[in-house]
Design a protein around this ligand. Structure first.
Ligand code: ADP
Ligand code: ZN
Length: 748
């Protein structure tokens, strides 16, 4: 081991072997040096306790990543002199963070320009390192002392534990005896009880790849499943796009890849965009493999979280289905990642560490020499472009399973037959719904907007009721008699008169939300049993699961919902989908709006129709000639995406160039402007680089903060990270001004 620099000469010499780097869960530039007491035998990945500013902190022993791209590296800080180093205090009883997880943390931190400690904090999932207390149980002492005092509560404990019975766990025994743990301890001291360790129930079982209830795949499915299985058996990094229309059996087919991965003895991870809405998925998995997977999302209680974390680290959890943060779990040997609905923007995390889980999943797979499947009926332009360039393999399921046809899609031109003032359902759509009910089938109305009305306007003075904290209108929720902001949560009662001019009875609801559509549908179809599916009407996974059960059991005729209904549900009796406002997502200047609208509406439409009952989708639109509507009507996603590509290629817009956003935010418009202008002046220049802005951010005021945006656009071959780093180093943000970096923003 080499010696430290000149300045340490004469001091107690500390060899490199005695130093160790520890990454702490804070926004420092890198890991800190500590002394490594030899008796701790520290290894990279160990979760340790270290002193920091007179406090004890939890960190992870870190090692250098030789393969990290140089542009992701932060310059190293000068070494701390040996006499100032403090020793690591202890190693915690937590499985170490595996090397692939550590390299993943470095990569995500480098790519997103986030301090590595903050990314590591996600990997450590904080409370996962609480030491697990050994589960202890109580048993009757084999030969209790004759003279021990038996109080009434002690008698109840003994009664709850017959002679020779198996030991009972503390809380459970205390509950059964109607007493507390103190009584049990007292009885142990008195020699009446003995404490015995209890075996922890294994939380997860190995899914059975050859479970007898697996679906019998069609020839086409079988051939495609074979390609995916081979990718898994290669035991090396590969990316495969699995595409196929809704209902073609993509899930059945990728579950075969999961089975192959288990058979290989490696772990598998399935990422779903909305894990809370996946009760049907979990049921299918359990049927296929005879046991449920481990589930991971941010709403898990700390106990479940700890159990899942340890089960993954211990290799006891074979398959994890989770939200994006599951990428940071300590898999010991990850062999397969599936990103289902890979085009979904829900994979982008916008707060805290800003990262796209779809893209980072590809990195995670590479670091583990794993196969990754990107699954979608309507793949993102990024993924399609990679597939067409030959960087990704491509597996296509051509048709719906069992000979079912795709739903027919037709526009309803709202210019021809406007529904009338304050109404939103056209006569054509209402007739189609009636006909569906007459056949004993179900219909669905889709509108991606919660509440009653998106805007409240004064008919006397034209005042629009705005959020006091955001550049946004307040949305009326009539059932709760409130106006609320969907961005910051600000809520106020519906005012009795106009807050601006004081006119009474002049406030009018403008435009529809699902609540208002429900009101109209109730009047139009008084006999129909209506169910509303929106995130505020179905709080929590159980409510959604119950709603889906009622639909499948035909307890519902008409479903009215927001984007929740677009998830991969199977509603076997649903044959008509009416899109209330197909133009909704196209407003605004976002370059990606068309792509997103096609993806969303295709997915909603895909809920309609199965083998026995063909489906129909009706799009209410004022622009039936729009390429988005034409693509949906012709069911021609491929040509649409080619046009999208041609629109983005010349300007080097993603995926043909790279993009990063700087969001400047401050309490005052002046402070935000000042820093934004300083960034503008310091903007990088060059042939391959363009900076757009500063301009007001898409939400110019959010939660009371004024926001400006600058966009950095570069050619594909240019890395944005060093440019951003150099750029930001030149500008000192004003007091209270934040500059947030968003590499690969989802809207632009
Ligand atoms: P996708 O993910 O492409 O929408 P799924 O895998 O969810 O398609 O399949 C659609 C429906 O068809 C599901 O109800 C599924 O159980 C059924 N299905 C697909 N393939 C088969 C098969 N080989 N045997 C039986 N049912 C199948
Ligand atoms: Zn607001």
């Amino acid at each position: 081991a080499g010696l430290l620099g000149q300045e340490e000469a004469g001091e107690a010499q500390v060899t490199d072997a005695a130093r160790v780097k520890v990454l702490l869960p804070y926004p420092f530039a890198g890991a800190f040096d500590y002394l490594a007491p030899p008796e701790l035998a520290l290894q990279p990945g160990d979760v340790v306790m270290v002193p920091l500013n007179r406090r004890a902190e939890v960190g992870v022993v870190w090692d250098e990543d030789p393969a990290l791209p140089p542009e992701f590296r932060t310059p190293p800080s000068p070494p701390v002199p040996a006499h100032r180093l403090k020793p690591v205090s202890a190693v915690l009883d937590v499985p170490p963070l595996p090397v692939a997880s550590r390299r993943f943390v470095d990569w995500v931190a480098g790519y997103t320009l986030t301090p590595p400690g903050l990314v590591m904090a996600m990997a450590l999932r904080l409370n996962a390192y609480d030491p697990v207390r050994a589960v202890v149980g109580w048993q009757r002492a084999p030969s209790p002392p004759e003279d021990a005092r038996i109080t009434p509560s002690r008698a109840r404990v003994l009664a709850a534990m017959p002679e020779g019975a198996a030991p009972r766990e503390t809380a459970e025994l205390a509950r059964a005896a109607g007493t507390g743990a103190g009584v049990l301890r007292g009885m142990a001291e008195a020699g009446l009880l003995v404490q015995v360790p209890m075996r922890r129930e294994a939380a997860f079982h190995r899914p059975d790849p050859a479970h007898p209830d697996a679906a019998v795949l069609s020839d086409d499915q079988q051939a495609n499943a074979g390609m995916l299985r081979r990718a898994v058996h290669e035991r090396r990094f590969s990316v495969t796009l699995l595409e196929g229309v809704t209902g073609s059996g993509k899930t059945e087919v990728y579950l075969e890849a999961v089975a192959a991965c288990i058979a290989e003895g490696r772990q598998a991870l399935v990422l779903l965009p909305e894990i809370a809405l996946s009760s049907q998925w979990l049921d299918r998995f359990t049927r296929r493999f005879g046991t449920p997977p481990a589930v991971w999302h941010s709403d898990l209680g700390s106990k479940q979280r700890r159990a899942a974390w340890r089960a993954v680290a211990g290799g006891e959890a074979w398959v994890v289905v989770g939200a994006r943060s599951a990428l940071f779990l300590p898999f010991t040997d990850l062999g397969l990642i599936v990103v289902d609905e890979e085009h979904e923007t829900a994979f982008k995390q916008e707060d805290g560490v800003t990262y796209n889980a779809r893209d980072m999943a590809v990195v995670r797979a590479r670091l583990s020499q794993a196969a990754i499947l990107l699954v979608s009926a309507t793949p993102s332009l990024e993924t399609l472009t990679n597939a067409e360039a030959g960087r990704y393999r491509r597996v296509t399921l051509a048709a719906r399973h069992g000979g079912a046809s795709m739903p027919s899609v037709a526009p309803i031109d709202m210019r021809d037959a406007p529904p009338g003032r304050g109404l939103f359902l056209s006569p054509v759509l209402k007739t189609a719904i009636d006909a569906t009910f007459a056949r004993g089938e179900q219909a669905m109305l889709f509108l991606n907007r919660r509440g009653y009305a998106p805007l409240t306007l004064c008919r006397a003075c034209g005042h629009r009721v705005q959020c006091p904290n955001c550049t946004a209108w307040l949305v009326e929720h009539r059932a709760r008699r409130i106006l609320t902001c969907h961005h910051c949560g600000h809520t106020e009662p519906v005012p009795p008169k106009c807050p601006a001019c004081g006119a009474e009875g002049s406030l009018t609801a403008i435009g529809p939300g699902v609540e208002r559509i429900t009101e109209e549908a109730t009047a139009a179809f008084p006999e129909a049993r209506i169910l509303v599916m929106a995130s505020d009407t179905l709080p929590g996974p159980h409510a959604a699961a119950e709603a889906v059960r009622r639909i499948a059991a035909r307890e519902v005729d008409l479903i009215i919902g927001t984007q929740i209904v677009a998830k991969g549900w199977h509603f076997p009796h649903l044959t008509l989908v009416g899109v209330v406002d197909a133009d909704l997502g196209l407003a605004g200047g976002d370059l990606r709006a068309s792509e997103r609208t096609v993806q969303l509406l295709h997915q909603v439409g895909g809920r309609a129709g199965r083998a026995e009952a063909p489906g129909q989708v009706l799009l209410q639109t004022y622009t039936p000639e729009h390429p988005v509507m034409q693509a949906l009507i012709a069911n021609d996603f491929a040509s649409f995406m080619r046009r999208e590509a041609e629109a983005r290629r010349p300007g080097h817009w993603p995926p043909f160039g790279r993009l990063a956003a700087l969001i400047v935010s401050a309490d005052s418009a002046e402070a935000a402007d000042e820093t934004a202008r300083a960034l503008g002046r310091a903007a990088p220049r060059g042939e391959a680089v363009t900076v757009l802005g500063p301009a007001p951010a898409p939400l110019a005021i959010l939660r009371g903060r004024h926001r400006r945006r600058l966009l950095l656009r570069t050619r594909r071959e240019v890395a944005v990270q060093p440019i951003l780093r150099e750029w930001l180093a030149q500008v000192q943000p004003g007091r209270g001004v934040r500059v947030d970096i968003d590499v690969d923003p989802v809207s632009f």
